[in-house]
Design a protein around this ligand. Structure first.
Ligand code: OVV
Length: 407
């Protein structure tokens, strides 16, 4: 059995174009639009020989693969490695890298802890923190928007909402970088991320323990589910780990990308200032337009067919969410950032039973920052070109010098 990147090498299915591309080339990761367009243009699926995977980037097939957990499982890993054949770098997540029925039990706990009501209860706190930070930045006028805003805000409010007793902002962000880079091939990005493990993983594991969490917060609520017998103590620690894995880099990216959209589309920012009711749909448009998680894999657990293409059991399918979110056939003028679009059905937070369980919280965090900005900031301008930071699963900015001018 020939293996590539931890999964079985497959033959290209009949009729599927072979495309000699590296989706994990840092240049593509930093500037993916041409790759997205070419992927969609080639057909519902392409075969990528370098990794022996199928990839899809049209909205329809990506949505189909992402929504059907029975044929396209997560339990074999959502990166290139097949967990049935190789041991992953850390014990698999008990909510992300698992299928029903095991998934249903942990998902239920997390859905309750991160419910719309729970996110709503934090709104005032989130808004106060956003007001304070935006006031400080306005005072300074110009600043580094990734390091000094996008990374600062979530690493302030999120650990507090979790009830972490100890906070190390760098470790929280770098752990996210590890988790997401780990989904890609054994390339430089993944190796550099993994090299941080010995320093970061023990620290993260320690913070997941009951005694390192306050009496109140998401952490305590997860442990309350253990007290109630819904999950066991070890599982509670693993679910706290999931929150720390998925809850930081994603929201950092959402805030950075929202600012980038507004700075580079000043006429859209004007519309937001005139009508703050547009804030929520505008953030959905940021998600569609920038796709913070650019791709996740699924694995077929049986022979199946999608759009007439035969897909063999054990095939890794790279679902390119960023490509699906810029599919012209689904989004007219997809290349335009349009705050008046109502982009329901975008795949930036996934779809189906594994759809982002933290999405209420993410929207509350970014919503608070954007609400503070439209209230206080008249003009948002880039003072130098923004730079992107290649990551095997996240499409995020690395640096973005900005200036804020008050109303
Ligand atoms: C990268 C990621 C996304 C969602 C969930 C998790 C990780 C997890 O660790 O559960």
């Amino acid at each position: 059995m020939k293996m590539i990147e931890g999964h079985v090498a497959i033959e290209p299915p009949h009729g599927v174009p072979v495309w000699d591309v590296d989706p994990y080339d840092p240049e593509i990761l930093a500037d993916p639009d041409a790759y997205y367009a070419e992927l969609r243009s080639k057909g519902p699926f392409v075969y990528i020989p370098r990794y022996s995977i199928l990839a899809c980037g049209r909205h329809q097939e990506t949505q189909e693969v992402f929504s059907d957990w029975e044929r396209f499982v997560s339990s074999r890993g959502v990166g290139l490695q097949d967990f049935k054949l190789e041991t992953p770098w850390r014990p698999p997540s008990i909510i992300l890298e698992v299928d029903p029925p095991a998934h249903s039990r942990t998902r239920k706990v997390m859905a309750r802890v991160l419910s719309p009501k729970a996110a709503n209860a934090l709104r005032e706190q989130f808004r106060a923190a956003a007001d304070k930070l935006i006031d400080e930045l306005l005072e300074r006028g110009s600043f580094e928007a990734i390091a000094e805003l996008a990374e600062v805000y979530p690493t302030d409010v999120f650990p507090q909402a979790m009830g972490l007793k100890k906070v190390n902002r760098r470790y929280l962000i770098d752990y996210g970088a590890m988790v997401f880079n780990a989904l890609g091939p054994d390339n430089d990005l993944r190796r550099k991320a993994m090299a941080m493990g010995p320093q970061i993983v023990p620290w993260i594991t320690e913070q997941c323990k009951r005694e390192n969490l306050e009496q109140e917060g998401f952490g305590a609520e997860i442990y309350a589910a253990a007290d109630a017998g819904e999950i066991n103590e070890g599982e509670a620690g693993m679910l706290v780990r999931s929150l720390l894995s998925a809850g930081v880099d994603t929201t950092v990216t959402g805030i950075g990308s929202a600012l980038w959209c507004l700075a580079t589309n000043p006429q859209e920012y004007e519309k937001l200032k005139d009508n703050p009711k547009l804030l929520r749909p505008a953030f959905e448009e940021v998600l569609r337009f920038t796709s913070p998680v650019h791709s996740f894999c699924r694995t077929t657990d049986r022979d199946t067919q999608v759009s007439g293409v035969d897909i063999a059991a054990g095939t890794k399918i790279l679902c390119v969410l960023g490509a699906a979110n810029s599919d012209e056939t689904r989004w007219p003028h997809a290349e335009k950032f349009d705050v008046d679009r109502r982009p329901t059905g975008h795949l930036a937070m996934g779809s189906g039973i594994h759809g982002c369980v933290g999405q209420n919280l993410a929207r509350a965090e970014v919503g608070a920052v954007l609400a503070a900005i439209v209230q206080k900031v008249g003009k948002i301008e880039l003072t130098a070109p923004a730079r992107w930071r290649p990551n095997n699963a996240i499409h995020a900015l690395d640096s973005m010098p900005l200036s804020f001018t008050p109303h």
